[in-house]
Ligand binder design. Structure first.
Ligand SMILES: [Zn+2]
Length: 224
């Protein structure tokens, strides 16, 4: 088996097979759904907007990228955080984007925000090497999450110039349970008049979807 693998690896470049052959899987989590509407502001319902953007991402990615998009939900149904985490565990995708719409911090708050899982200290207990190794493994997902966030941010910046509110880490039950790179993308504020107008515009939704696909493509393209 080892020899065969070496042989294939050896001739792959000659056949033009290589990095472009690798296909990745991206899991998109359209946040909320069903009984859980998420943010409501004017005619905007978070659960509908996250669904629209997720479907547009899938459509956009079908135009020829090296990754497949899977959706945690493709209809308007209630899913708990635990079920979402389970879906991640079953599919074990290369990364996860959870799409949300922001609200609050006063009516002036506007723009998009990216959250990645928080870095954690090595668990207490000193000499437990298994725990330390597990931690190191976790930190590599975290580093990749930050790298993914940087690509997504650069890409969203083209749609919403100077509207980025930065990359943040925050405790979140879905992100904290991940063993893969993942982000929460808050695409804008439902409570801000201009953001709300933008986000309910189908052309802008498409532009957001295109930006997220572009960010993902860059992230995989530059994978170490
Ligand atoms: Zn939300």
């Amino acid at each position: 088996m080892f020899t065969l693998t070496l042989l294939i690896m050896g001739i792959a470049p000659l056949l033009g097979l290589g990095a472009q052959q690798k296909r990745y899987t991206v899991l998109i989590d359209p946040a909320h759904g069903g009984n859980e509407t998420g943010v409501l502001a004017d005619k905007l319902r978070e659960k509908d907007l996250t669904m629209n953007i997720a479907l547009l991402i899938r459509q956009e990615a079908q135009k020829g990228t090296n990754f497949d998009i899977q959706l945690i939900r493709s209809t308007d149904r209630t899913i708990t955080i635990l079920e979402r985490s389970k879906a991640v565990g079953e599919l074990h995708p290369d990364c996860l984007l959870s799409i949300h719409v922001n609200a609050g911090f006063g009516k002036k708050a506007a723009g998009y925000e990216l959250y990645f899982p928080g870095f954690r200290q090595t668990v207490a207990g000193g000499g437990d090497s298994t725990a330390i190794l597990k931690d190191m493994e976790k930190n590599s997902y975290l580093n990749d999450s930050v790298r993914l966030a940087q690509h997504i941010q650069a890409s969203l910046e083209m749609v919403f110039p100077r509207k980025g509110r930065g990359l943040r880490d925050a405790p979140n039950p879905l992100l904290d349970a991940l063993t893969i790179p993942g982000l929460i993308v808050e695409v804008g504020f439902a409570t801000h008049t201009e953001d709300r107008r933008n986000l309910t515009d189908e052309e802008i939704q498409k532009a957001v979807a295109r930006a997220l696909v572009r960010g993902l493509r860059e992230y995989f393209h530059k994978a170490p």
